[in-house]
Design a protein around this ligand. Structure first.
Ligand code: SF4
Length: 327
């Protein structure tokens, strides 16, 4: 993903994460590189186990053993986060980079009102009085379409969708320049999911921050994101602007993901049959040689089992790792 230096907010370069186990090293993120521009929503797509959550946790240096970052760099606003000390990292988390995860219930404290939790999040990083932090908490709730008087409510008194919006409000509390959203709507029903996605898109326009949005659901990413990177078994296999990815996917895995769901841009007329991708992702302890997708790929060539394809630029802002693109 090439771009002007000044546009760049985050640069992940050759990031490698391994599980260091007694049986040996298991590579779960394999030399992944991508850029995130200021103000954009970049999607990371992939099935469970593709490495997308591990990448988000690696960016924030929140991985727990046995997962260890064993290579690469994560440069955010010009600083390599992998070389920062714990004090600097704590200052950065929440204030500059916020994380929204799938489970709002786990992110919220059940015995504190949501107003107190929002105020605490503000006071942890800023010297403000309790009263003014609570006033900001009210404005934050309003920002995510929740009645500000709900500051006194406890998490169990809110619906699942409202709780997730509180977590998003909490992420917004310190006006970060980057929000990592890891499957933030997956636990919600479709109607609530759509409301929250629309709210996220409006918030991004109003407050001008960037989002790294992680989902197994490519249809959500195609609606919300500017660009999308597709991960398979720990490797980035394709990256392109969202519309180009939908209209002209180059990697057979991306094509398979797109054929798995109906999408909003479908031309009128009979709907194409939805088809799943046969097989399952490989066991990371024993990945297949060559292209990791080859056991499931209907278009594989003899070379695919022997050598792993490198990520190659096929058009402006469009990269693909597949031997077909060079044949
Ligand atoms: Fe299929 Fe070969 Fe391309 Fe892998 S490199 S996706 S096996 S054609």
């Amino acid at each position: 993903m090439t771009m002007m230096e000044s546009d760049q907010l985050l640069r992940v370069e050759d990031l490698r994460v391994e599980y260091l186990t007694e049986a040996g090293r298991v590579r779960v993120v394999d030399d992944v590189s991508f850029n995130l521009r200021r103000g954009e929503i970049l999607g990371l797509a992939g099935e469970s186990g593709s490495g997308k959550t591990t990448i988000a946790l690696a960016i924030l240096r929140l991985l727990k053993p046995p997962a260890v970052i064993t290579g690469g760099s994560v440069v955010f606003e010009g600083r390599d986060l992998l070389s920062l000390g714990e004090v600097e990292l704590r200052r950065l988390r929440g204030r500059k980079i916020a994380l929204v995860t799938q489970s709002a219930m786990n992110a919220l404290n059940p015995v504190l009102s949501i107003g107190e939790q929002l105020a605490d999040a503000i006071r942890e990083h800023e010297r403000v009085g309790r009263r003014s932090a609570l006033e900001r908490a009210r404005r934050l709730l309003d920002l995510v379409d929740i009645d500000p008087d709900r500051v006194r409510s406890y998490p169990h008194e809110l619906s699942g969708g409202m709780r997730q919006r509180v977590v998003i409000a909490m992420a917004m509390a310190l006006s970060p320049s980057l929000v990592l959203m890891d499957e933030p709507t997956t636990a919600l029903d479709v109607a609530v999911q759509r409301e929250i996605l629309a709210r996220i898109a409006r918030l991004r326009q109003e407050r001008d921050f960037s989002i790294l949005f992680i989902s197994h659901d490519l249809s959500i990413l195609l609606e919300l994101c500017t660009r999308i990177g597709v991960l398979y078994a720990g490797r980035l296999v394709e990256a392109a602007p969202a519309r180009r990815l939908l209209g002209s996917p180059q990697h057979p895995y991306t094509g398979g993901l797109i054929r798995c769901f109906p999408h909003a841009d479908e031309a009128p007329g009979p709907r194409p049959r939805l088809v799943g991708i046969p097989g399952a992702p490989p066991d990371p302890r024993d990945p297949p040689p060559g292209c990791r997708f080859h056991p499931r790929c209907g278009q594989r060539l003899p070379a695919c089992q022997r050598s792993a394809p490198a990520l190659t630029t096929v058009a402006t802002d469009h990269e693909v790792a597949c031997h077909l693109t060079r044949s």
